[in-house]
Design a protein around this ligand. Structure first.
Ligand SMILES: [Zn+2]
Ligand SMILES: [Zn+2]
Length: 503
């Protein structure tokens, strides 16, 4: 298996690949469908796989390297987080030592690549992930990104509460998916600390979800003091200011440098940052990841990627900047920078947009009002190019980028809008252009055009999204006070519902 941040293994989103991916690893439709939200009362989602035994073993194999939390505190927090699920279901969690047989739930704090197919992404973004129950050795295992600042109950917005994230991840490790219920610990985004670990109790929605899988606790009333008291929490660490870097841009403003469909996910590049949208239509995180952290070997002097696309014939990913491009196998740079002249462009020329068009298998390179069509097999541009971009009827000149969605439609992006070309067509759909934000980026509709009809969701592929069992940081701001939560949820819900409209 190739490793690429949880993306499918080849450029082809074929059924075999998707089916394989479902097996030993997490497979989790992130959110309930619109129909589910309407028809079903319950919000929790179940995965279908459960543990067959009622006593589960666990062990913390590696600890955070730089957290102020001691190993003892980490173990205690894990124990409490598991107990939160145990008291409601009667499941028993037993800590084992390193000499014992491999536990069901093996816990690690890890950085970047760590021997599964889901490398972590440094501070922010993905915080942790867990594998669903099953027969595979990795089933139930739970990994925390060691580059987060793990804290306990920090209220000042610094750091990430380890207990809250652990409860969430263990929910996955027991077979629960994400929930849209307002108070659920299984909401897909981190909501901040949840209070005293020894007093914490799961929300009704989470209890319902759990008991659906494992039944109720036989006779253990919740208030039975089965948990030992927690050592006094350590003082929240005093954090140095975040590393100096360019301010995080607002994705809702659009104006991306490049947008690409890479193995079913849509990548939005802007300056030294990028966002990822899963095939389900959900952002991996509202916080962008760092360009150079992810694309290993991309020279630091590359401050922005002007165009990007996944090469169909070998699955390589090409990033363009200035008169050069770089070729990546998965996240790793392959070789040196190459000149655009290699693709048949005149010396000194740059590109605004590059995409591969499934209809004819050709690669298109756009600059301003003209474009070249490149033949990968012949390794040269087709004769008679460049041509005028107006051949793509209705396309904006000098698009920020162009990409083909999993459904086969071609999307031109420019500024904060997109133009859709239905599959196989070189003429824009009549409803183009549309604002990008609500459809692609979990942003509110621009107030200037409130009456716009809701466009179809572009990305969902034929199947539900796979492999999202992660919990992510909410948009980099501190958790809101509780009474506000239902309000803040509102902007999220249309996106959740929209994710399945066309699937
Ligand atoms: Zn992992
Ligand atoms: Zn999750």
């Amino acid at each position: 298996m190739q490793r690429f941040a949880g993306l499918p293994e080849t450029g082809l989103m074929d059924a075999v690949t998707m089916a394989t991916m479902r097996k030993p690893r997490c497979s989790l439709p992130d959110v309930l469908g619109a129909a589910g939200l309407v028809r079903r009362r319950r919000r929790y989602a179940l995965r279908g796989s459960i543990w067959k035994t009622r006593t589960l073993t666990w062990r913390v194999r590696s600890f955070p390297q730089s957290s102020q939390l001691s190993q003892e505190t980490v173990r205690t927090l894990m124990s409490y987080a598991l107990s939160a699920w145990g008291v409601e279901s009667g499941l028993v969690f037993q800590e084992v030592g390193s000499q014992d047989k491999e536990p069901d739930i093996l816990i690690d704090f890890a950085r970047a690549y760590h021997q599964d197919s889901y490398p972590f992404d440094g501070m922010g973004g993905t915080l942790a992930h867990a594998f669903f129950p099953g027969e595979h050795p990795i089933s139930g295992d739970t990994h925390f990104d060691d580059e987060e600042t793990w804290t306990l109950g920090s209220k000042d917005g610094e750091g990430t509460d380890l207990f809250a994230v652990a409860v969430h991840e263990f929910g996955h490790a027991l077979g629960l998916g994400h929930s849209s219920a307002p108070n659920s610990i299984m909401r897909p985004f981190y909501q901040g600390p949840v209070g005293d670990p020894d007093k914490y109790r799961l929300s009704q929605d989470d209890r319902d979800g759990l008991q659906q899988l494992y039944g109720k606790a036989p006779q253990t009333p919740y208030d039975k003091p089965t948990r030992k008291p927690l050592a006094p929490p350590p003082q929240p660490p005093v954090m140095p200011p975040d590393r100096p870097s360019s301010p995080v841009p607002d994705r809702c403003e659009g104006n991306f440098d490049a947008i690409a469909n890479i193995r079913g996910e849509t990548f939005f590049f802007k300056g030294p940052w990028f966002w990822r949208l899963q095939p389900s239509g959900q952002l991996v995180s509202p916080r962008p990841a760092r360009l150079h952290r992810f694309w290993e070997g991309l020279p630091t002097q590359v401050k922005a990627v002007q165009a990007a696309y996944a090469r169909h014939r070998d699955g390589r990913i090409l990033l363009f900047s200035g008169p050069q491009f770089w070729v990546f196998q998965d996240r790793q740079l392959e070789g040196a920078a190459r000149p655009l002249t290699e693709l048949g462009l005149p010396p000194g020329e740059e590109v605004d947009a590059v995409f591969w068009w499934p209809l004819n298998g050709k690669t298109y390179l756009i600059r301003g009002q003209q474009y070249w069509r490149y033949d990968e097999a012949a390794a040269r541009p087709d004769p008679g190019y460049p041509r005028d971009l107006s051949l793509w009827e209705g396309a904006p000149p000098a698009p920020d980028d162009v990409t083909v969605s999993n459904t086969g439609d071609t999307y031109f992006f420019k500024g904060a809008h997109y133009w859709r070309f239905p599959k196989g067509s070189v003429k824009t759909a009549p409803d183009s252009p549309q604002p990008m934000g609500p459809t692609w980026l979990d942003c509110p509709a621009p107030s200037s055009d409130p009456g716009l009809p809701r466009p179809r969701k572009p990305s969902p592929s034929s199947g539900p999204c796979d492999c999202q069992c992660e919990i992510n940081h909410a948009a980099g701001r501190r958790p809101p006070p509780l009474p506000l939560l239902p309000l803040l949820l509102l902007p999220l819900l249309p996106l959740l519902a929209g994710g399945v409209v066309s699937s």
